[in-house]
Design a protein around this ligand. Structure first.
Ligand SMILES: [Cu+2]
Length: 126
């Protein structure tokens, strides 16, 4: 269990490092920092969905119909990924546990956490 957590952190770190590398590569010369704080905000991702500190990361993602998306719960609390309209439901994700949800119908689906209704995310299925 503990190893899994460390692995998840390493993975997250890798993603960050990769992202920074790409960001640096695209603006190879150090121009005086006029674009600090305006990182290209990619609003969508194909997953996985990470839950940390009662937030979904990324808050919105776009997937093809039929995609199974992994969910990692990094909180010491249980969560779910539940479509507002009931189209999908991950079921309970245990504290520091994981699960998945398969998106079958095309459309844009706001979702929430059944335990914490203030938690919101959106998935677009194509
Ligand atoms: Cu929750």
């Amino acid at each position: 269990m503990r190893q899994r957590r460390i692995f998840a952190r390493l993975l997250a770190l890798l993603v960050v490092v990769a992202f920074v590398a790409v960001a640096c590569g695209s603006s190879s010369k150090k121009s005086s920092g006029s674009n600090a704080g305006s990182a290209p905000a990619q609003a969508t991702s194909s997953g996985p969905i990470n839950i940390k500190q009662f937030k979904y990361d990324p808050p919105s993602l776009t997937v093809k119909a039929g995609t199974k998306v992994a969910i990692a719960n990094g909180d010491p609390d249980q969560h779910t990924v539940t479509a507002d309209n009931g189209a999908f439901d991950s079921g309970t994700l245990k504290p520091n546990g994981s699960g998945s949800v398969t998106f079958t119908k095309a459309g844009t689906f706001p979702y929430h956490c059944a335990f914490h209704p203030f938690m919101h995310g959106t998935v677009t299925v194509r």
